[in-house]
Design a protein around this ligand. Sequence first.
Ligand code: BTN
Length: 320
Amino acid sequence: MKKTSVLDLLRQSAEHFLSGEDMASQLGVSRSAVWNQIHDLQKLGYRIEARTHAGYRLLGVPDKLFADEMAWELGTRVLGRRIFSYEDIESTNDAVFRLGEQRAPEGVTVFAEHQNKGRGRLGRRWHCPRGKGILFSYLLRPSLSPSQIPQVTLVTALSVVRAIRAECGLECGIKWPNDIVYEERKLCGILTEMSAEQDRVNFVVVGIGLNVNGIPAQVPDGPASLKGILKREISRVTLAKTLLRHIDRDYLAWKAQDGVDFVEEWERASVTTGRRVTARTNERVIQGQATGIDRDGALWIRTDSGLQERILAGDVDHVR
Ligand code: BTN
């Protein structure tokens, strides 16, 4: 079990002052050790008021994705069981992949304020200004076949839509297979990778990059951010915890029901269904009308010659 810290005591006592002496005796450490911890917390951006003869109280927490902050009253079952957070990292997906290879348990989650080599799908780069986005990856160990993995991306995309709705009151859509968009502009991307054998998945890494408080250039159809849309700063800590809770709940529900009940929800959230699309798979380019998503997470396209095509993986452009 995690040892209680000065920060835990300050959180628990909410607006009441706690004396250094009380904290020291509760934690079994010296008063100067308590003072050092308070000082370290202040350096990290925690606002702690010190009042003579009364003690200390917590006035505010920094909007940083610290592991300790994310874990506080998180209440998830799988996600965030163990949380790591970095100021700088190459890519949170790479970090979680390595943890997967080292047999880390399902649910381990890595956050970063900045990535030096953030990766997107299909070998693209993923850029996000330091401290402005929510960038994280987590490890799953489902007993699935590789062909079921596209569903994991769609379940996650739905959770992101739900979390943004719950926290920001904004209705976003899923652009098949892995983008969260608002009025055609991309807010969030999901990168799902796996270690697998022919018919068995060893582990899955899901990485999420959400543009929160950065203001991307106002390029038509270019990326968007929540702040750019809502014209206000969003608490990244609060939103990140809401994301973890939704992903955790939806992932467990999906695993328990074998995916069946999610089809209707994917369809409702999909902004691709009904659109004219150009889809690129490894082998070919397909043009036509997107007609729906099936229970495997595959996209159906009616081509101009009237053929029904089904693609499980690929990249899609909405044609105007
Ligand atoms: C895409 O839209 O192509 C997917 C983008 C995924 C970006 C996230 S940011 C956190 C995680 N780490 C990475 O290197 N990539 C994913």
